[in-house]
Design a protein around this ligand. Structure first.
Ligand code: PAF
Length: 281
């Protein structure tokens, strides 16, 4: 695995790969790698010849009072995991390399970015889209891989690819879960043992909703109520939102069909967690 921090050096290496006819796959991350990220490497590998992983904790997507400063960082460990999983090029730039001084322009996610996560974290998706568009321009990938866990992020990036004509194929990789159902997240390290137990309510609520749907319930309100009850039954878990939505614009639906997404966010102690299920997947 080669590691680069400079945009110019990365571009030079990728020009050689491209001229040898190799397809480029990109896995954007903020580091603190877990099995979920590594499954994205596998997915990118299946559809490309050279896999680039970016590792950059993007200040633009953290709001005031969010965890930018305490976001877990361990470059040494990430480097080993990425190399073991077969990443070819690790791009780990500094904030200066990406934004320089005085970077002022932002992409806007529009209406879709204002919903759900965006309502609780104003500006978050503008920061995500801005850095991802920059990564697309820096790397020029044929394929990019995102996790279903951040379903609103993946939906917005799919829309950005479409609306801004990036010639990139987006792969959505399924959520990777711990054996007990907890969706893998870099933020799980913040949970105390008791909070980690409580956090299982999120996946339990989603499983309950899908089971009820499979048993014949298609009314979104009834399913939302069920999810709310499962979350409320666990002390220390406070739901932020329960979204029952269609997959293109994440607009609420009244009736649930195959492909409908149930996405939720909840606070467990001081940690905010998200999870979702795509019905019928
Ligand atoms: O999902 C993440 O880790 C980040 O939001 C991303 C896509 C790497 C952009 O900073």
């Amino acid at each position: 695995m080669r590691e680069v921090t400079a945009i110019a050096a990365l571009r030079a290496l990728l020009a050689t790969e491209r001229s040898a006819g190799r397809r480029i796959g990109l896995v954007p991350t903020m580091g603190s790698l877990h099995a979920g990220h590594l499954s994205l490497v596998d997915a990118a590998r299946r559809e490309s010849d050279t896999v680039v992983m970016s590792l950059f904790v993007n200040p633009l997507q953290f709001g005031p009072g969010e965890d930018f400063d305490r976001y877990p960082r361990d470059l040494e460990r990430d480097r080993v995991l990425a190399a073991e999983r077969g990443v070819d090029l690790l791009f780990a730039p500094t904030v200066d390399e990406i934004y320089g001084t005085g970077a002022d322009l932002r992409l806007s996610g529009g209406e879709v970015a204002a919903r759900w996560e965006g309502a609780v974290r104003p500006g978050h998706f503008d920061g995500v889209l801005t850095v991802v568009a920059k990564l697309f321009n820096i790397v020029g990938p044929d394929v990019v891989c995102f996790g279903q866990k951040d379903i609103q992020q993946a939906t917005l990036i799919r829309r950005m690819i479409r609306e801004f004509n990036f010639p990139i194929h987006l792969l959505l990789a399924p959520i990777v879960r711990e054996a007990d159902g907890l969706a893998m997240s870099s933020r799980n390290v913040y949970l105390s043992p008791a909070e980690r137990d409580a956090a299982l309510a999120l996946s339990r609520a989603l499983r309950a909703a899908e089971a009820r749907w499979r048993a014949g319930e298609s009314d979104a309100n009834a399913l939302r109520q069920l999810v709310g009850q499962v979350l409320a039954a666990v002390p220390g878990v406070v739901a932020d939102y329960i979204a029952i939505v269609e997959p293109d614009a994440l607009a609420p639906v009244a009736r649930v069909t195959r492909g409908t997404i149930v996405a939720l966010a909840a606070r467990v102690g001081r940690t905010r967690l998200i999870d979702n299920v795509i019905f019928g997947d």
